[in-house]
Design a protein around this ligand. Sequence first.
Ligand SMILES: [Mn+2]
Length: 388
Amino acid sequence: MDEFLSSTLVKLNNNSFNELNLIIGNESCDLDSAISAIVYATYLYWQHNQVKCKVCTKAYRDGTLVKDDVFVPILNVDRADYELKTEVAYLLKKKGISASNLVFRDDHNLQELINNSKSKVVLVDHHVLAKKDEFLAPFVTEIIDHRPLDKSKWTYKEDTRSTIEIVGSCATLVAQRIKDLSSLVAKDVDFFKAYPICGELLHATIILDTVNFSKEVNKATPHDEDIIQFLESVIKPADYNAERQRILDTLVEARKDVSNLSAAQLLKKDVKIVGNVLVPSFPILVKEFLDRPSALEAVTEALSRKNCDVALLLGMDLTGGLKRDTAIYAPKSPEKAVKLGEYLLQWRTPDLQLQADKASCIYYQQLNLSASRKQYISPVTQWIQTSN
Ligand SMILES: [Mn+2]
């Protein structure tokens, strides 16, 4: 696995390849995005080797080695911010994959790379491109995503192959796609037997994304269940249930191991921007975040850096049962925080069940535990439209 990644890196850095294939996740670079990109790139490379004419590629033409295609997973985060993705760094390290063999967003000028090569792009775990990634659109040949289909910015080519289905984890769809595609060239388990780490990575990701099929969180679908059982039939853990629980516990622990991170780093760990609203989510409760030194100063600083004027902070804690909370802070225009708060309180699709609490900013406990950041995007978008 690490060998595939390091040889890919050498080919990329020496510009020694025929066709460039980039496999890229969304800019939150959460575990799902990172693992989906790495595993699918590994699969495409394996598949390429299964079907290519071995004789042709080994042959020398005019004394020059015929260049091979390259399959590069891109971690859509700057290298310096990788340490913020604690669960990603933890799992990859544990599986023997070193950060030095990974390609991060700012390691190369992607636009230049793409323009200078025959290129194809596969999007995993997203299908609406961030503004800075819009140049990728004409090169996209495949999309694998588990978000509701949003065609508002769909500028992809007509023949773009898309696998879009609402499931708990994009890793489920990646596993399904690999299973289906490999059964065309070999047995559906052959790839996972050749790269056992890939099965383990997908398995762990599905468990984290569905919070081990928690009924309360309600993210898992029957498709996630089918795929986890398929992966377990290959991985063969001694005790399936104990293994699932152990994986969840260690990943949750790694994700919330933010003891080394400052308030400013926590704000960068997992953040989305919706219009002028900054929406970071934390692996700890917002309440705990606010107790950190200079927490609100760090929010003010993040707002001005990102040109936003309202911060909607989302917290989650899984220790001793799930808890969620929310805070809104708008230091320059506090009336906006009040208005967004009122807007969220009356929102009913879904009812977030926010319970006001006393704090320096507008603070709520969130009783609707199955609502994550995804459920905040609609009210925030609509609030922006009505308030501007
Ligand atoms: Mn995802």
